[in-house]
Ligand binder design. Structure first.
Ligand SMILES: C[S@@+](CC[C@H](N)C(=O)[O-])C[C@H]1O[C@@H](n2cnc3c(N)ncnc32)[C@H](O)[C@@H]1O
Length: 214
């Protein structure tokens, strides 16, 4: 019934989060979304943006995936349902409220192929010793990527966690102005022997950066 009504009126429920402020779970056009005050976090345009990135990756060679910024888990749904990717996924999410929403609202919870760490991604990349064939960096607080995630120190750790055949998808910014801050990082990453591909205005909004192994 909720799903049907949502074609007429968006139905919204709000939940407070210490990290992201007021979160909204909204039924819209028959699909449930997770939004922050100004941004779609999961299952709307965000899901389409990451799907665009995944289409550029040869997933048949990916045996392990790390997602930094699990949100409601829409990229996990995309990997499992649209790409039939059934290999292990490790997801990192700082916000226990969002981990709970992923479970109760979207059916995303730990299982033998999904390990969820409730921890700051900055700390996770400093301490993890496992390497991954695909790393998805999707770390936002509302509309912004926190500045520590465009620092060279963070990206040195991402490179350390990437296997020799590994690729990285970075959902890097929502606003064009922010791209100025990305330029030095892109130049830095180019010195790290990667193929660096920059896709602007994906879904009319976001900049995606894809690092491909050589
Ligand atoms: C755009 S949402 C992620 C959407 C998700 N990738 C998906 O496919 O549905 C951004 C997420 O980054 C998380 N986040 C922000 N800062 C973080 C941090 N320091 N460590 C871990 N997660 C963080 C937020 O809590 C939020 O859930």
């Amino acid at each position: 019934m909720k799903q049907l009504l949502s074609y007429i009126l968006p139905i919204t429920k709000t939940i407070e989060s210490k990290h992201s402020g007021t979160l909204e779970i909204t039924w819209h056009n028959g699909k449930k979304h997770l939004n922050s005050q100004n941004a779609n976090y999961s299952y709307g345009s965000l899901q389409r943006i990451l799907k665009y990135g995944l289409e550029k990756i040869n997933l048949s060679k990916v045996n392990t995936t790390l997602i930094l910024g699990m949100g409601g888990g829409s990229v996990i749904e995309t990997l499992r349902q649209d790409f039939n990717y059934n290999k292990p996924i490790t997801a990192v999410e700082i916000d226990p409220v969002i981990i709970d929403i992923a479970d109760t609202e979207f059916g995303i919870s730990e299982n033998e192929n999904l390990k969820i760490h409730c921890i700051d991604a900055l700390e996770f990349v400093q301490n993890s010793t496992q390497t991954f064939d695909l790393i998805i960096v999707d770390l936002y607080i509302d509309l912004s990527v926190p500045s520590q995630f465009i620092s060279e120190a963070f990206w040195d750790n991402i490179i350390k966690l990437k296997s020799s055949k590994g690729d990285v998808i970075f959902n890097a910014s929502v606003k064009d102005a922010k791209n100025q801050a990305l330029k030095p990082l892109i130049e830095y990453l180019k010195t790290k022997t990667y193929k660096v591909e920059v896709f602007e205005k994906v879904n009319n909004t976001n900049t995606l950066i894809i690092l491909k192994h050589l």
